[in-house]
Design a protein around this ligand. Structure first.
Ligand code: UTP
Length: 407
């Protein structure tokens, strides 16, 4: 992109301040800035004023496949899943591009050590769980790890240093998620340097299109991967490429599946899998009305009783079909480091603008069918979101101990 093209693009989105110092930049800096202007999507900045996320349709319950039913069919589902994994048709995508700000560490969240008598890193727990499936199926499962521009190098170096925790290096690939501009409250992008626009990772909803941009869909196609299990970094007990989950989703003719847990209270802060205008959808905990919290199903049980745990499986074909659709943008207040009018670098300690994210949970509303598949929360749900208290290192350690994991 040349200067004229950059000027026109910025003018269209009202962002000409980006070129304020252009004439003073070195040739390398000019090139870097022009490339950034070319690649970034400034169209999203209009959402600083318009909210795209609050327009839900009509919500109704979606019955989950619950534990007794799964138990009844476990053998058959597992056989179907194991066969599919053995044929190399199932891959996993680890979402590890988040900043993990709540945990208060500067490192990628997966590098956090929850061990007590030995090091037990979050990444290690994930790999150990995947190795169980590899042993069960007698085949490696492709693992794609999504990082962000901010944590990529550290993540890759860590896996390398730890010998991939015993996983086959040939089956682990890293890719960097896209970034979007970060702006002030009026939607004007912040500059980080005179030659650099402030950006932030685009949320976990862009994982499949980022995989595509990084050329990984070639591998998916060439290797005939038909199912992709996408999951969050922070649940240290979750089962990945779980054969029974894969088999149940396939056997029920669904194009997607979501692992869910029975909520421990109507107010628990997890999204509930439901129907929205007759299609699968997830309502966030803060979107549940009192009426919905009180609603009962035909058996008299709470109708919105199953929460998602960020572990979904999608048919690859469906992902390709929905890839170019715009997901709702979540506009999040954030502290954004920037350069002020005098050229000084500022690290704000209170929020000063917006970052723009899409979320994987919104992909569920794009698919025609999604199996809500219950898992036992004590065995499969140990999220680490906070340093202490609810969903913290302490609670996850407790749950690991209960499951016989040596820490
Ligand atoms: P969270 O919503 O918990 O966000 O991410 P976070 O950034 O990790 O943590 P906080 O809110 O700053 O404390 C859920 C999952 O999505 C991934 C995270 O790594 C985690 O696995 N994620 C999130 C991405 O991969 N990219 C993103 O841009 C955001």
């Amino acid at each position: 992109m040349n200067y004229k093209e950059a000027y026109e693009k910025l003018e269209k989105y009202g962002q000409l301040h980006v070129l304020k110092y252009y004439d003073e930049l070195s040739e390398i800096e000019k090139g870097t800035l022009l490339k950034q202007i070319e690649e970034l999507d400034f169209g999203i900045l209009k959402y600083s004023k318009e909210n795209t996320t609050n327009q839900k349709g009509e919500i109704s319950p979606l019955a989950a496949m619950q534990l007794p039913e799964i138990e009844e069919h476990r053998k058959r589902y597992t056989e179907i899943g194991v066969e599919e994994i053995r044929k190399g048709k199932v891959a996993a995508v680890l979402l590890a591009g988040g900043m993990g700000t709540r945990l208060g560490s500067d490192h990628p969240k997966g590098m956090f050590d929850i061990g007590l008598t030995r090091p037990v890193y979050i990444f290690q727990r994930i790999i150990e769980n995947m190795l169980d499936v590899v042993r069960q199926a007698g085949a490696w499962v492709h693992l794609f790890v999504m990082t962000s521009d901010k944590n990529h190098d550290m993540t890759v170096a860590f896996f390398e240093e730890k010998g991939y925790f015993g996983y086959s290096k040939d089956y682990i690939r890293f890719f960097i998620q896209d970034v979007v501009p970060a702006s002030d409250y009026e939607g004007n992008v912040y500059m980080e340097e005179r030659w650099k626009i402030a950006t932030s990772p685009n949320g976990n909803g862009g994982w499949f299109s980022s995989m595509n941009k990084c050329g990984l869909l070639n591998i998916v196609r060439e290797d005939g991967i038909e199912w992709i299990n996408v999951f969050a970094v922070d649940n240290v007990l979750q089962r990945i490429a779980d054969p029974c989950f894969v088999g149940a989703t396939m056997d029920n003719g669904c194009v997607a599946g979501a692992k869910v847990v029975k909520k421990n209270s109507p107010d628990e802060r997890v999204g509930a899998l439901c129907l929205e205008d007759g299609r699968p959808s997830i309502v966030e905990y803060y979107e549940l009305t009192d009426e919905m919290k009180m609603a009962k199903d035909a058996d008299g049980n709470p109708a919105y009783d199953f929460g998602v745990i960020l572990n979904y499986i999608f048919k690859t074909q469906t992902l390709v079909e929905i890839m170019d659709r715009q997901l709702p943008l979540h506009v999040v207040e954030k502290q954004i480091p920037y350069m002020d009018d005098t050229g000084r670098h500022i690290e704000p300690d209170v929020p000063n603008g917006y970052k723009y994210e899409t979320l994987v949970l919104d992909m569920i509303h794009q698919v025609d069918t999604c199996l809500a598949y219950e898992v036992e929360r004590e065995k499969e749900f140990a999220p680490i979101k906070n340093a202490t208290g609810i969903d913290s290192v302490e609670t996850a350690r407790e749950l690991c101990k209960e499951n016989g994991i040596l820490l």
